[in-house]
Design a protein around this ligand. Structure first.
Ligand code: BDP
Length: 658
């Protein structure tokens, strides 16, 4: 399938750019030579006055394994790094600077802020019904697996994907769903290792490590044992054999990712063991091959009784893992979702961040828009990730912001970083919605450089993707940069997001869909008010899982911020928020505002027909029709519901009492 334009497919149009003359080819790898061709071949090659680009392998401590320097010196540009991998990153950066017209100055040094920068694929090889699909995927089938339940083996496609990943600095990837179905459990065996190796080797060329998601019950499913007890000798021997065999065939294999004891996936709890028992056993088998074991903290009881208000899903991860701090081996990494529940449009930060001081840790974000419009709605997530990275946990440590915690509080800094669930599939533009490509691109840029502004990332992507007038660029940047809050406006205000959405597929409103279910996502609305019971004074005491300063901040109604107030506490409809509005009026106003904004986005987009390539224009225009329809549903269902519950009319008389 031919792929549409994406950020690596633009020709350098800058008339001042005269091409590069490469020197010192002896230090550059095959892939760099290829990329010189791919990226710079189409530029006007004017022999005279051509700039020299030299590559240098150096030995500069500050650059680490992946950093690079681009230095200008009269007519020569020197790209240096300690490794060829770093040179490759520098080359991509150079290309992007040429396209966006960015002046990198006389000397530009770039070193990634996070050691591991990963994409997790939730791609299904076999989930009994839907082969080759992607769990929570909205861009077509998997790039790895065919609908017939086979590996796709499309080397060209995977190479293109590897290039995209590498160009934004991704250095690790897991290639199968964390919900590991029966056939996928056999990925770790000879039955599939050849195919895994093919994928591994393609990504390795671009400096990307391949990981497999594993099933904790593999000793039973694959090995035919009676048990998967992590302390059982036969189980240990089983895993040792499996790992030994994998590394024999794929010496540079990354390691395993695992979801255990969550949402029905097997784990150590079944044997009366804990997560450190399970994780350490696996990690020890990987250790001598320098393999890593990434253990997810998304562990909670999805069968809780809604009648029992003392059980709180939000508390589960901290309760399960904070007490295990320091008990994990040094090649185990705990991977923690940004919020305590799931990937809702807005949640407070998981209280595990900052609480773990002696455990390698990674943040887990979600690029695929499971809860944020499923790549039918424009919802640009970089502004939300920017806020997450900058969030201050208020622990009394030197650097208490989220972005600093992973490396500072992981005993083995090389084993810390950020992962996210990817959003690509077989759709010709990779992400289904053209503008969702900006989430993929922005994720990589932001986790490489945790200090980049959301405006800069946005402008870069727009310049790399379209040929826009300055005015159009501003208009599109405005749409992208406001779209996350717009989505929040017309869906779930004040931290109510975990409730209100349609159960299972998570698209569109269903206010009571989760209300009397075992999933732990409730709004508790009655005729007086709504909101969770998570304070000490009135509820589960979830607030106390934060640092002392934040615990007080969230506990106290005077300081708890409006944006997540109903996540923490119950309020009456007539209570005033910090904005001065009543809760009910806020709900009405945000829903009307959100919908109006989507209409404006649509108007703006349609006015840009001449500025956008035909395919992308139609792609977004069609999806905007659906966004308008869906936003209207959200607006009217939420507003009418709360109007009926509260009996309080909208100050402006807009709500339909149908
Ligand atoms: C939820 C998804 C579900 C995933 C789960 C996870 O709805 O499909 O399996 O998270 O992260 O967001 O494991």
């Amino acid at each position: 399938m031919t792929r549409d334009k994406c950020w690596l497919k633009k020709k350098i149009a800058n008339p001042a750019f005269t091409g590069y003359f490469i020197e010192k080819t002896d230090v550059i790898s095959e892939v760099i030579v290829q990329e010189m061709d791919n990226l710079f071949l189409d530029c006007p090659l004017v022999e005279k006055g051509k700039a020299y680009l030299t590559f240098e392998l150096v030995n500069h401590l500050v650059l680490g394994e992946e950093g690079f320097v681009l230095e200008k010196n009269s007519s020569t540009l020197t790209l240096s790094s300690n490794t060829t991998k770093g040179l490759l990153y520098g080359l991509f950066q150079l290309y992007m600077a040429e396209i966006t017209g960015k002046n990198l100055g006389e000397k530009f040094t770039s070193v990634p802020d996070q050691a591991i920068r990963m994409i997790n694929h939730w791609d299904n090889f076999d989930d009994s019904n839907f082969h080759g699909t992607i769990e929570r995927g909205y861009a077509g089938d998997s790039v790895f697996y065919l609908p017939e339940g086979e590996f796709r083996r499309d080397e060209q496609l995977l190479l293109e994907y590897a290039r995209l990943l590498s160009s934004i600095g991704i250095n690790a990837i897991s290639i199968n769903n964390v919900n590991v179905h029966k056939k996928e459990a056999f990925f770790i065996t000879d039955k599939h290792l050849k195919d895994v190796k093919q994928i591994n080797d393609i990504f390795a060329k671009y400096g990307i490590k391949t990981f497999l998601s594993i099933n904790f019950a593999s000793p039973k499913i694959v090995g035919g044992l009676e048990t998967a007890d992590p302390l059982d000798n036969e189980v240990i021997a089983f895993w040792e054999g499996i790992v030994q065999n994998i590394y024999q065939q794929i010496p540079d294999f990354g390691g395993f990712l695992i979801k255990a004891d969550a949402e029905g996936e097997p784990g150590p709890f079944a044997y009366g063991r804990n997560h450190d028992d399970g994780a350490n056993m696996l990690a020890r088998t990987l250790k001598k091959f320098e393999g890593i074991l990434i253990w997810r903290c998304f562990v909670y009881n999805h069968l809780q009784d809604w009648r029992d208000r003392t059980t709180d899903r939000a508390k589960a991860q901290y309760d399960n893992f904070a007490k295990l701090d320091g008990k994990f081996d040094d090649n185990v990494i705990l991977q923690i979702k940004n919020g305590p529940i799931d990937f809702n449009v807005r949640e407070p930060i998981s209280p595990l961040f900052g609480a773990l001081r002696a455990t390698n840790q990674m943040l887990e974000l979600q690029i695929t828009q499971e809860y944020t419009g499923q790549q039918k709605h424009i919802c640009y997530l970089v502004p939300s990730w920017r806020r997450i990275l900058d969030f201050d946990t208020k622990y009394e440590v030197e650097q208490s912001q989220i972005k600093d915690i992973f490396k500072n509080q992981s005993p083995n800094k090389r084993y810390s970083g950020i992962a996210a669930i990817g959003n690509v599939g077989m759709d010709s533009n990779w992400t289904g919605h053209k503008l969702a490509q900006a989430n993929f691109y922005g994720y990589g840029r932001l986790i490489w450089n945790n200090y980049l502004s959301k405006e800069e990332v946005t402008e870069d992507w727009l310049r790399l993707s379209f040929d826009l007038s300055n005015e159009a660029l501003e208009q599109l940047a405005e749409i992208l940069l406001t779209s996350w809050e717009t989505y929040e406006d017309y869906t779930a205000p004040l931290g109510l997001a975990p409730a209100l959405v349609k159960p299972n597929h998570h698209y569109g409103p269903d206010i009571d869909g989760y209300e009397y279910s075992p999933w732990g996502c409730y709004h508790y609305a009655d005729r007086e008010g709504l909101g969770q019971f998570r304070t000490v004074a009135e509820g589960t005491g979830y607030t106390q899982q934060y640092s002392p300063a934040l615990a007080d901040y969230y506990e106290n109604p005077a300081t708890c911020p409006d944006e997540t107030i109903l996540f923490f506490r119950r309020m009456n409809y007539t209570d005033k928020l910090k904005s001065g509005k009543t809760v009910i009026q806020h709900i009405y106003d945000t829903h009307f505002r959100g919908y109006e904004r989507v209409l404006e986005y649509q108007k703006t987009w349609l006015s840009l027909e001449n500025e956008i390539d035909e395919k992308s224009f139609q792609n977004v225009a069609t999806r905007l029709e659906e966004q308008v329809r869906c936003a209207r549903d959200w607006r009217d269902e939420i507003n009418t519901y709360f109007y009926r519950k509260s009996g309080i009319p909208d100050e402006q008389g807009r709500v339909i009492y149908a």
